[in-house]
Design a protein. Sequence first.
Length: 92
Amino acid sequence: MVMVSLTGFAAGTLCTLAYLPQALHSFRSKSVGDLSLLMLISLNLGLLLWVGYGFMIHSLPIILPNAVTFFLSAPLLIMKLRYRKDETAKPA
């Protein structure tokens, strides 16, 4: 059972780390113009569902990485929604 949990934590950690460079870049540049609104909505909804599922089956390897990734991606979605008017007003 320990190997199953370690595998789950390793998978979750790698998936979260894969997302980290994009999140850091967007936070530093204060720009989410190149990110798709639909992608951010579906990502955040999916992460919340994974966290909920993890709670239902009492699985920390599912809960923790998905919660961390959600807390990295939710601000990007908020930025995208808050500043999308500015993006459409940019001259070509």
